[in-house]
Design a protein around this ligand. Sequence first.
Ligand SMILES: Cc1cc2nc3c(=O)[nH]c(=O)nc-3n(C[C@H](O)[C@H](O)[C@H](O)COP(=O)(O)OP(=O)(O)OC[C@H]3O[C@@H](n4cnc5c(N)ncnc54)[C@H](O)[C@@H]3O)c2cc1C
Ligand code: SF4
Length: 329
Amino acid sequence: MRPLGYTRVSTVDTAVAAVGADATSTFLAGGTTEVDLIRLGVSRPDVLVDINSLPLKEIAYTNDGGLRIGALARMSDVARSPEVTYNFPALSQSLLLGASEQLRNMASMGGNLCQRTRCAYFRDAVSPCNKREPGTGCSALDGLNRGHAVLGTSEQCIATHPSDAGVAMVAFDAIVHTVGPSGARSIPIDDFYLLPGASPDVEHPLEHGELIVGIEVPPAPSARRSLYLKFRDRQSYEFALVSVAAAIEVREGRVADVRLALGGVGTKPWRARRAEVALTGGPATPQAFANAAAHELEPASPRRYNAFKVPMAQRAMVRALTRAMNGGA
Ligand SMILES: Cc1cc2nc3c(=O)[nH]c(=O)nc-3n(C[C@H](O)[C@H](O)[C@H](O)COP(=O)(O)OP(=O)(O)OC[C@H]3O[C@@H](n4cnc5c(N)ncnc54)[C@H](O)[C@@H]3O)c2cc1C
Ligand code: SF4
């Protein structure tokens, strides 16, 4: 049995100092990812720094109509808060379609953004896996890759990022606020997730001991009629094969504003910028939606078992855009 230290902190500064000063320590929020990974032998910290007493649970409107969400706000509280359900329905739906009610009651927003991939080779703690043990290889390239990514992949890693809320946050251009040993900073969420490239073990630009303190979601004209669709092997308690966060504003038949992001197909929550550019200013028709979706998936690199995700993602985008245009119906 490995000894495991535990300490509880009550201020942001002591949390940052505790983890920052010790390379073998890590933050513990709801524990729904971290404790699993410790049990599996994938994560091997010597000390857990429990941050649950920090005053980071607020969910509130900002002055300009955006949202401010504390890193320790629970998924279930965020999903059901009126500020989120009314102005950012896609975010609420992405949370309610994730995990289970019990997990959502424990799981924090900061932990959700930082959760690790569900790639089975990563989690078995023994297979070659560049993300878990750099330089050992990627077992998924020629292995069981049905759930893996087709966009943003590299020859070193093809794992998807599992967060549903991350997909909605990416669509809304959220900003991740952190405090670390070098001070405070704000990171646009698209930059908060790194592509695997040659170093899939580095998933975020955070330094050791850098704590997420909150997430800000700026206002967007189309956000109030946004939606999140999730397609998976079973209807609950399952990660996405494909998911879509969509928001669209149509004026006189043309697309004035559109936000699209995909889950289940990218190595990070995937902002569908190619599709957005193709759609903006053009006609809001099913054919235009289908063309834009095909354009987004053009750079896809499917493997043996996950090629089905390419047409599935395209159809999901068309359905999400059509429903968002019709007010989410
Ligand atoms: C069976 C199961 C099904 C699930 N299904 C889904 C799903 O469908 N969709 C989905 O999106 N998620 C799903 N999840 C994942 C779940 O949402 C995450 O486990 C949860 O959000 C993590 O939050 P936590 O507070 O428990 O984090 P923890 O487990 O405490 O921490 C996770 C990681 O984040 C780090 N961390 C936590 N807080 C901070 C912070 N403030 N700053 C910096 N680092 C931090 C920790 O050090 C750790 O590395 C599922 C989980 C399980 C177990
Ligand atoms: S896809 Fe990534 S996480 Fe999975 S085995 Fe390959 S390197 Fe590891």
